[in-house]
Ligand binder design. Structure first.
Ligand code: ZN
Length: 340
């Protein structure tokens, strides 16, 4: 019960990429960069293990961004045609590349870091990929002319990649879908169908991560506009509950999400965010335990996984790992209390 994990990303060392920023430029190039990615992946695993995380990730050390890390390895996308576009329903503007011809994978996208991570940890390994809806919300289109059609094509490519990760021995494959919290009606119309298409035929457990975004200014302002109770999850949980996806990763601590909404996800494993990634203050173990405890009326401890609210890529490294220790210590405290 209460097996700890993280949403996915961790801060990169300064010798790999510029610290404390999203889309950080790489600090090396060529073979030196590839070696730095490998070294950073091993460090990320070691530090998660030492912090007491049960289900570890590669820390997303080998990719620059959670969406574009996948896109750079596809044919059909022109990265020189960069367009400034409002994304997440115009919450903020991002400079995105353009789809200009039929999409296909150039080859394996994440084989290197997945194989490396698998061969260097005996813990269970989770691997993250962007979800189809979030991808189509983070790219311009001059070829498909239809958001759903393009999402289904991305779902096929994600599925090819996920099957390879499955064969490498990854235990959990997670799709990151922050866009689900924005386009709540489309989630039921086609978002979950695209997600299931990306996740079909896998031995690994499948997970979807749905948060309110990294702790950047645009997201903090958006959250402030959402009122006293955030009920976006309420609109999408019924479709997720009916889906074949086994786990749902959610934002909880310091959010205004009513924890009772978890009752809508019966039968799923819940990865509950008990660490805030938008603040440098390190949570106490008691705070973590209290958040987890608040979910127990709705989720059995066997189905509850203490997790972070979102990825930690933009955080300070020392602070991020202190937060992971707080997560593990808080989970242990509650476990002891429950007699586990
Ligand atoms: Zn997130």
């Amino acid at each position: 019960m209460l097996e700890t994990t993280i949403a996915g990303s961790l801060p990169k060392p300064a010798w790999l990429a510029e610290p404390k920023m999203l889309w950080a430029p790489w600090a090396a190039e060529g073979e030196a960069l590839e070696q730095a990615k490998r070294d950073a992946t091993l460090l990320a695993i070691k530090e998660q293990e030492d912090a007491g995380i049960d289900i570890v990730t590669d820390g997303e050390m080998a990719r620059q961004h959670f969406v574009h890390g996948f896109l750079v390895n596809l044919d059909g996308i022109d990265f020189s045609q960069r367009v400034k576009m409002g994304i997440r329903d115009n919450r903020y503007v991002a400079e995105v590349p353009t789809v200009t011809s039929a999409l296909k994978r150039k080859g394996s996208v994440h084989k290197m870091e997945a194989t490396l991570a698998r061969s260097h940890t005996r813990r269970r390994l989770k691997f993250t990929l962007p979800g189809p809806m979030t991808i189509v919300d983070t790219i311009a289109d001059r070829f498909y002319g239809d958001r759903v059609k393009m999402a289904m094509r991305f779902a096929d490519l994600l599925n090819e990649e996920a099957r390879e990760l499955d064969a490498i021995g990854v235990d959990v494959i997670q799709f990151d879908e922050p866009a689900f919290n924005v386009y709540t009606r489309e989630v039921g119309d086609w978002g979950v169908a695209a997600l299931e298409r990306a996740a079909q035929g896998l031995k690994a457990k499948t997970c979807v991560h749905i948060c309110y975004g990294y702790g950047i200014k645009a997201n903090i302002e958006w959250k402030a506009s959402l009122g006293g109770e955030w009920r976006q999850y309420e609109a999408i949980f019924p479709a997720l509950a009916r889906s074949k996806i086994g786990q749902v990763s959610l934002e909880c601590i310091h959010s205004k999400v009513p924890v009772s909404l978890l009752g809508l996800l019966k039968g799923k494993d819940i990865l509950l965010g008990a660490i805030d990634v938008a603040t440098d203050r390190v949570e106490t173990a008691d705070e973590v335990a209290a958040v987890l405890k608040s979910a127990l009326p709705y989720v059995a401890p066997e189905n509850l996984q203490p997790c972070t609210n979102c990825g930690m890529a933009p955080l300070d490294r020392t602070i991020a790992y202190a937060k992971l220790e707080a997560l593990a210590t808080g989970a242990r405290k509650l476990k002891a209390e429950l007699g586990g």
